[in-house]
Design a protein around this ligand. Structure first.
Ligand SMILES: [Zn+2]
Length: 144
């Protein structure tokens, strides 16, 4: 019985435990260390590094613990990356319009409607020293 990537880990462990239980029912119990070994080799090679920190003699509980820990890390990582993707796509959709809207202030600095250039919060905000240049731009924008 082997685990394949993408399969549910908890289901796999339960399956392995069920397998052991079957052996016990047949009066052919395997000792804990051997079961730990089975559990370990049932995992795909991508999991090898997870078990490298195990001591020479390990219990099945230790192997299970490592599998579950690693699974926790892997699932939280994928959750984080999908959440990141969602926030990225929200950003591209954007709440702000990129074109001037009549009756609404328009920022010539970041080319976004909804705030004035002087109230600009974008990172490309003009530096204080270029105050006169900014006013020039603003005047030009208002004329247009
Ligand atoms: Zn702006």
């Amino acid at each position: 019985m082997r685990h394949t990537d993408g399969e549910d880990i908890n289901a796999h462990i339960t399956k392995m435990q069920g397998h052991r239980h079957d052996l016990v029912m047949m009066q052919r119990d395997i000792d804990n260390e051997l079961f730990a070994c089975y559990l370990r080799i049932s995992m795909p090679s991508t999991w090898n590094y997870v078990f490298t920190a195990l001591p020479d003699h390990y219990t099945s509980a230790k192997v299970e613990q490592r599998i579950r820990d690693e699974q926790g890390i892997r699932s939280s990582q994928s959750a984080t990356s999908s959440a990141f993707q969602v926030s990225q796509s929200n950003k591209t959709k954007g709440a702000h319009s990129r074109t001037p809207i009549p009756g609404q202030p328009y920022c010539t600095n970041c080319k976004i409607s909804g705030h004035h250039t002087k109230d600009c919060y974008s990172k490309g905000k003009p530096r204080e020293k270029k105050e006169d240049k900014k006013d020039e731009k603003k005047e030009k924008a208002e004329k247009e």
